[in-house]
Design a protein around this ligand. Structure first.
Ligand SMILES: *[C@@H]1O[C@H](CO)[C@@H](O)[C@H](O)[C@H]1NC(C)=O
Length: 150
């Protein structure tokens, strides 16, 4: 349906759209949390205060929690990367790409819900879901672009 059929401007448009859709999650989720450090600190602390932890989260525990929230991204990414050959060999590149983007959307919804319901654990889990889908889509996109457009 969207096959560029060798037309250069269509190929560039397709590549740009795919790169935007697939790589946005990766770039955004890696860079945004660091710029919003204080907002996340307040969010996590207030979530614990709302649960009845009277003095909130001590600074040193927060440092660990924050490191976990940030770095779980790469564990999920690695997991996704290792799953990619299985996915693309068994289900094809296009299906893997679409599935990875759907899972990425689910991860994003989980992270958004985690903020809304003040549940940092869900944010952590949502980041694993989103990052593993990023690992799949990242590698699948490269395969897709190389093989489909020779
Ligand atoms: C959480 O809030 C409490 C009470 O306001 C404060 O003492 C504590 O330092 C805060 N912890 C973090 C990690 O911001």
């Amino acid at each position: 349906m969207l096959a560029p059929k060798g037309k250069p401007h269509c190929i560039i448009a397709l590549f740009a759209t795919l790169a935007g859709l697939v790589n946005f999650q990766e770039a955004y989720s890696n860079s945004y949390p660091n710029t919003a450090y204080f907002s996340f600190r307040n969010y996590i602390n207030e979530s614990y205060i709302a649960r009845g932890v009277v003095n909130g989260m001590p600074e040193w525990i927060f440092t660990w929690v924050w490191s976990l929230v940030l770095n779980i991204w790469f564990i999920g990414l690695l997991f996704g990367v290792f799953c990619t050959p299985y996915m693309t060999d068994n289900y094809g590149r296009k299906f893997s790409l679409v599935l990875a983007n759907i899972v990425s959307l689910i991860g994003t919804i989980l992270c958004t819900a985690a903020i809304a319901i003040k549940m940092p654990e869900l944010l952590f889990f949502g980041r694993i879901v989103a990052s593993s889908s990023c690992g799949v889509s990242f590698i699948t996109l490269i395969l897709f672009l190389q093989v489909n457009n020779k």
